[in-house]
Design a protein around this ligand. Structure first.
Ligand code: ADP
Ligand code: ADP
Length: 571
């Protein structure tokens, strides 16, 4: 049962031969995206066994339609290598393609035997059951996936390098070897993308004790749901919780999986991976790998859809399912138990992830029954109260609306208060520096805002405050900046300086409107180029009747209201 699974790395001689062929044929290189990098690692190390390469056209079609490879083997989710049209056009069938990490280190070689253009709408609809872009995988498919998928023989040159938590990065064969050495025969795996709190601890502990099994805590640390607690923090939390299990019963290992949040489809992939890692069972609770709620506020999948799918396919996959109900805290008994074991009418307590985040953001007390003090302390270090987190204040509006003036005023007010370093990213300033070669076409405006957003995101990630004051006329691009900032853990506050065009034009501080009206400046925002006003800004300020001091005060009050300044709270 614990024989190795096939890995797909070249032998040293094979690697030398491949490298020579690459050099001779001047093979093109593809820099893998984060998700492709995660998939590659699991293809090469056998976690995705029997899949040994990115899906070809026939396999892809049947996986999408039925969750099976063309030969009938169960395979629930597309694992694909997408590239842009022009890049695909330069590839010859039968030729080699070097796959590199973002630093340019070659990790694998694909002997390209197929390229095809999938119907990504159909892929989204059939695999994830929806076209709603609130679903992270659907959004990725429809907005961030290149149109051509590649397949071929895949050979690994080197595992993707990891320098963090090395001792916890155990692949399927390392896990199997470890279990053999330890003499573990029944191994229950636990998949998670969240920090472990007492409820999870009790659940896993109970699952193992009742079945006289050992435990593998096997969190996904590749890509998880946007907005999740970052993996480094989670791993430090897992290490703390590990100390609470009876010694030598439990192993922690990291799984570099890019989750799709595919609920009933994804749970089957989780089972295949854990089977390959040598586990005998997987714990599956409520809403496993759930993407949350759709744009209409309804859950994407029924709460037990994944569990039913898991139970239905357990035999075929070759791993058991430990079905668990939600664990709740029963204060009268002072212990956790599955929700269905409560007496009728008995009081129970639980705390949602959203509520935990709110409490961390405001520095409020987190009850002892909910989590271990060491875990809470770790979370508080990474997620301090909002007043101590990095922040981007994004002012958008027409030329002359008052953005620069207010950005300056706000910067000085915040510096007067102290607390965070403040950086001003005025549109004109960034155009003179980072974006000096760009003009005012839609593409150039977007590029300019993405650059500015990138800098703002890095500043807020490091705990600073970036105040941005570009026109930023396009809603979608502003949204991208928000995502960049929030995905790195910064707060994002959008302020529409909504001074009407007539007032901006009346001010005409730089004489630009007059020149635009005279046709001397083409594509001038508000005159001959669009401005998409924010639909739901955190604050809208029309400066027509306000002094800069008054307008700035409104922003300060909003930041205070949102918790980003003032009110030093206990932590
Ligand atoms: P933008 O950066 O949006 O192009 P500026 O800040 O450069 O705009 O110009 C705004 C002009 O409006 C300045 O001349 C400023 O003095 C004037 N103004 C009048 N009232 C206000 C206010 N309440 N807030 C900001 N600017 C104001
Ligand atoms: P955007 O977000 O559209 O790139 P920025 O605020 O970064 O806008 O740059 C706009 C600044 O460039 C304006 O403040 C104005 O001084 C100047 N400008 C020059 N030509 C134009 C134009 N065609 N449209 C808008 N602003 C222009």
């Amino acid at each position: 049962m614990l024989d190795p699974v096939p890995e797909h790395y070249a032998s040293p001689e094979g690697k030398a031969r491949l490298m020579e062929r690459i050099r001779e044929s001047v093979a093109p290189r593809w820099v893998l995206s984060r998700r492709q990098l995660c998939d590659l690692e699991l293809l090469l190390n056998g976690a995705f066994h029997p899949l040994d390469t990115f899906l070809g056209e026939e396999d892809h079609a049947r996986v999408v339609a039925e969750g099976r490879l063309a030969n009938g083997t169960l395979w629930p989710l597309p694992v694909t290598l997408d590239v842009p049209e022009e890049f695909a056009g330069r590839l010859d069938l039968g030729g080699l393609l070097e796959l590199c990490d973002p630093e340019g280190i070659p990790l694998a070689v694909l002997e390209v035997t197929g390229k095809y253009r999938p119907d990504r709408q159909e892929e989204a609809q059939r695999v994830f059951g929806t076209l709603d872009p609130v679903h992270p995988a659907v959004r990725h498919l429809l907005e961030a996936t290149h149109p051509v998928y590649l397949t071929g023989r895949l050979t690994g040159l080197a595992p993707p390098p990891h320098y963090d938590f090395r001792h916890l990065r155990l692949g399927p064969n390392e896990l199997r070897a470890r279990f053999r050495t330890l003499g573990w025969r029944r191994i229950i795996a636990f998949q998670t993308r969240n920090p472990l709190h007492r409820a999870h601890f009790e659940l896993t502990f109970r699952a193992a004790r009742e079945r006289e099994a050992n435990l593998l805590i096997h969190p996904s640390v590749g890509m998880t749901r946007p907005g999740d607690v970052d993996a480094y923090t989670r791993i430090r939390c897992y290490q703390k919780v590990l100390a609470h299990y009876p010694s030598s019963t439990t192993l922690l290992a990291l799984l570099p999986l890019a989750m799709r949040m595919g609920g009933p489809r994804e749970v089957l992939l989780h089972m295949i991976i854990r089977r390959n890692c040598g586990a005998t069972d997987l714990i599956v609770g409520r809403d496993h790998a759930g993407p949350g709620r759709d744009s209409g506020g309804q859950p994407f999948y029924p709460p037990y859809a994944a569990r039913e799918a898991a139970l239905a396919h357990a035999g075929e996959i070759g791993i058991g399912v430990v079905a668990f109900d939600e664990m709740v805290y029963a204060p009268r008994r002072g212990e956790y138990l599955p929700v269905d074991e409560l007496a009728p009418g008995e009081e129970s307590l639980s705390l949602s992830g959203t509520e935990l985040r709110r409490r961390l953001a405001l520095g409020l007390e987190i009850p002892e029954w909910f989590s271990f003090p060491e875990v809470i302390a770790e979370l508080r270090k990474s997620l301090p109260p909002l007043a101590r987190r990095g922040l981007t204040v994004f002012l958008t509006g027409l030329s002359g609306a008052g953005k620069s003036t207010l950005a300056h005023a706000l910067a000085e007010k915040l510096l007067e208060q102290g607390g965070r370093p403040v950086t001003l990213l005025d549109g004109d300033l960034v155009r003179r520096t980072l974006s000096s070669e760009l003009g005012f076409s839609r593409e150039h405006r977007d590029l300019h805002i993405r650059r500015l957003g990138f800098v703002a995101a890095e500043i807020s990630k490091s705990g600073g405050c970036a105040i941005c004051a570009p026109i930023a006329p396009y809603a979608r691009t502003r949204e991208e900046v928000r995502e960049m900032v929030e995905s790195r853990g910064g707060g994002f506050v959008e302020i529409h300086i909504s001074t009407p065009l007539s007032v901006c034009e009346g001010r005409d501080r730089k004489g630009l409107y007059a020149r635009a009206r005279a046709g001397l400046i083409p594509d001038f925002t508000g005159v001959s180029d669009p401005y998409e006003a924010p639909l739901h800004p955190d604050l809208a300020i029309d400066t027509t009747e306000l002094t800069p001091e008054e307008a700035c005060q409104q922003i300060m009050l909003k930041l205070e209201h949102l918790g980003y300044i003032g009110g030093e709270v206990a932590s």
